[in-house]
Design a protein around this ligand. Structure first.
Ligand code: PDD
Length: 294
């Protein structure tokens, strides 16, 4: 079965799916996106992702190309046509195609592109989960509207590349006062020596991860002590546990930060428990999605 993509109203073979050279996503990174995980053919945390998409569009004053209901149908249709049981669905909306000019074009329809990926068996190998991953820290050089999920990801491309070249899975970005903002494509968490779960509060300085929000809810339901506040790199070095969260990694244990082992260099119990809670929630959510009529 040929892999398909959805581009502005049509399902087309993935290798023939193109956008125009004057698409504003291409010219100005004038576009927003979402990545949603698919488990058993169901979209995980779909409501959170579509809520955030609408918020990103509103903040940039980009008109939605289709209604939320139609978008939900298109996402499912592509997932189904591509036979994605486990994988991701990526969607991108740009301000549309117009001659290159900084001002918003008038009377131009926004562009919608949807693609899927398939994952064999699992997103993260058991070996990786057992060993945990390492992160490095880098200065946060991004603009100040990180709460909008735009395709302007150059700082993150550079950060991830640097991490990879140093044998790390992620780079934690650090603000001018020494506080961690977030990873290049994930939110950053620690568990303090007193057992308090900490992640930075959602402001314009970080992307409010949908996985992050679900984890906060799950932790609250279990009575886990939690603080939404910034933490320094030094506090992270001394933490009892550290981990990252994102749609496709769920919860991933961090066992070294800048080469400092995190508490013995083994994934911690709270991280493991939260990962399991999230997966249980995701599977349940996937099943209940069966009953949601779109
Ligand atoms: N990245 N922070 C940043 C900067 C991100 O790019 C992401 C997600 C997150 C986590 O958000 P969520 O839990 O909603 O996935 C935090 C996606 C997965 C990506 O760009 O591929």
């Amino acid at each position: 079965m040929a892999r398909l993509a959805y581009v502005n109203g049509r399902f087309v073979p993935h290798n023939q799916a193109f956008v125009h050279i004057e698409d504003r996503g291409f010219q100005f990174a004038d576009a927003v996106y979402e990545v949603i995980v698919v488990i058993d053919g169901h979209l995980i945390d779909e409501i959170g992702h579509l809520d955030r998409l609408e918020r990103s569009l509103a903040e940039l004053r980009i008109a939605a190309p289709v209604s939320r209901r139609v978008l939900a149908i298109l996402l499912r249709e592509l997932v189904s046509r591509n036979g994605v049981a486990l994988g991701t669905v990526y969607l991108q909306i740009s301000r549309g195609v117009a001659p290159r000019d900084f001002h918003f074009p008038v009377g131009v329809k926004s562009s919608l592109v949807i693609t899927t990926t398939r994952v064999n068996q699992r997103f993260t190998s058991p070996e990786k989960l057992e060993a945990g991953v390492s992160v490095i820290t880098i200065p946060d050089i991004r603009w100040l509207r990180r709460d909008i999920k735009t395709v302007n990801l150059l700082a993150q491309v550079l950060g991830k590349q640097q991490a990879g070249e140093q044998g790390a899975a992620e780079a934690w970005q650090v603000d001018g006062d020494g506080f961690v903002t977030e990873g290049c494509s994930s939110n950053a968490w620690i568990v303090t020596r007193d057992g308090v779960l900490v992640t930075r509060q959602a402001t314009n300085l970080i992307l409010n991860g949908v996985t992050r929000l679900s984890l906060i809810r799950l932790a609250a339901a279990q009575g886990i002590p939690f603080e939404a506040r910034p933490f320094t790199v030094n506090e992270a070095y001394q933490a009892r546990e550290a981990f990252l969260s994102s749609a496709s990694t769920f919860v991933l244990p961090i066992t070294a930060i800048d080469g400092h082992p995190v508490d013995g260099g083994k994934p911690g119990p709270l991280c493991r428990a939260l990962r399991q809670s999230y997966l249980d929630y995701a599977v349940k959510e996937g099943r209940s999605a069966l009953t949601v009529a779109v």
